[in-house]
Design a protein around this ligand. Structure first.
Ligand code: FAD
Ligand code: UDP
Length: 367
């Protein structure tokens, strides 16, 4: 007889939701994480009275009513609406691409004028069936926006040329012929008042949690400690890369406390030219309308990934997706481990996607 019904590896959103729901149904659960804190990449830490998003800006947004209702149990959300600003050299633009961006760029005022300008640029480029991110971007929005706001940012973010990247990455961003600076089209959006960590702490209340515990370093002890394992780390690493390595993209965060009240006047400012080595600066207090006397900012530097680095993003191209499918088939065959979350399922999931797949896994496994 195993000691636990479930061993959950990872205290991020996926692992914590599964643990919470299993515990609620009377299952005996052990949760571990290799980090010294819970919450995975949504971890927030209080610095100078400000909730600092330690692993990059996290804005909650969804159109999934079930997910929105679910997360409300654990925190109250504020009215934050993400409206990033982009700096290209000495020019300032609103994001996502909307009438404010177009009027600043082209000196025009109406949607008709903007549409005509975009059409003219699309025609000049002569793209009928976009084959990669560059062609997709130009055929969506024209060459001016592509050159100033997309090309440099995307190439430094992903470490690849836009002609080598899949077009779905850019389809995440809305293009609008209205003066609406909301970065998302979703029905619901906000930041939990008091940060994200409290959400995970509430989920894990009353459940045994061991921090600073890497599954792979304690495999002998942990492999059979439970009837089943829910694993939210890297699937290829779990299998010792037996079919080969999946590709990831990493990041480096540089955080500073500044002795001033308001550094950039917005939570997120993107730096879109290639020559600036970071992609964005986050000023954390603006997520919660903070009025503290000091401020905390974080510069986000994209970085290549190699074994041992933090794998922040899956690189979902065809080659990697088919390699992932091999690992997934192996996991399904074995049956003892369920892989979940951004790393376990190797997908560019937002928080709402992660919650949706976690709830789906709960339904399949526990109901
Ligand atoms: P994670 O949060 O990564 O949790 C996995 C946990 O498993 C980690 O704590 C890790 O330490 C642990 N672990 C891994 N391997 C082992 C092991 N071998 N042993 C023990 N523990 C292990 N989503 C949005 O909706 N809005 C946003 O604005 C947004 N911004 C983002 C910005 C950045 C820079 C990044 C990287 C992601 C962003 N996301 C955003 C996505 C969001 O972070 C994810 O959807 C969500 O956090 C995924 O949860 P998870 O549980 O799958 O993974
Ligand atoms: N992007 C861009 N310019 C910007 C912001 C985003 O070209 O100013 C592109 C870039 O390729 C990025 C993608 O749009 O990877 C998705 O942006 P998002 O802000 O959703 O990225 P994330 O928050 O997931 O890093």
């Amino acid at each position: 007889m195993a000691q636990y019904d479930y061993l959950v590896v990872g205290t991020g959103l996926f692992g914590s939701i599964f643990a919470y729901e299993a515990n609620k149904r009377g299952k005996k659960v052990l949760v571990i994480d290799k980090r010294d804190h819970v919450a995975g990449n949504i971890y927030t830490e209080n610095v100078e009275g400000i909730n600092v998003h330690k692993y990059g800006a996290h804005i909650f947004h969804t159109s999934n009513k079930e997910v929105w209702d679910y997360i409300q149990q654990f925190a109250e959300f504020n009215r934050y609406t993400n409206s990033p600003v982009a700096f290209y050299k000495d020019e300032v633009y609103n994001l996502p691409f909307n009438m404010n961006t177009f009027s600043k760029l082209w000196g025009i005022r109406t949607p008709k004028e903007a549409m005509a300008k975009i059409e003219e640029q699309k025609k000049e480029a002569g793209i009928t069936e976009p084959k990669n991110l560059e062609e997709q971007a130009i055929s969506l929005i024209g060459t001016d926006i592509y050159e100033k706001l997309i090309k440099g940012y995307t190439q430094k973010q992903w470490g690849k040329l836009c002609t080598e990247l899949p077009s779905f990455i850019i389809k995440r961003l809305p293009v609008r012929l209205t003066y609406d600076n909301n970065y998302f089209n979703d029905d619901y959006q906000g930041i939990p008042k008091g940060g994200y960590t409290q959400i995970i702490e509430k989920m894990l209340e009353g459940i045994e949690v061991r921090l600073n515990t890497d599954f792979l370093e304690n495999r002998e002890e942990l492999e059979n400690i439970a009837d089943k394992i829910i694993y939210t780390g890297m699937i290829d690493q779990y299998y010792d890369y037996k079919f080969g390595e999946l590709e990831y993209r990493s990041l480096r965060f540089e955080t500073e406390v500044l002795d001033e009240e308001n550094y950039q006047g917005n939570a997120v400012v993107n730096y879109t030219e290639y020559e600036v080595p970071y992609t964005r600066i986050i000023e954390h207090k603006h997520f919660e309308y903070g009025t503290q006397p000091r401020t905390v900012i974080t510069r986000e530097y994209p970085a290549s990934w190699s074994r041992g680095d933090e794998p922040y993003y899956a690189m979902n191209n065809e080659k990697n997706n088919s390699l992932y499918a091999k690992y997934k088939a192996l996991a399904d065959e074995e049956g003892h481990v369920i892989f979940g979350g951004r790393l376990g399922m190797y997908k560019y999931f937002d928080m709402d996607d992660t919650i949706a797949v976690a709830l789906n896994c709960v339904k399949k496994e526990l109901d």
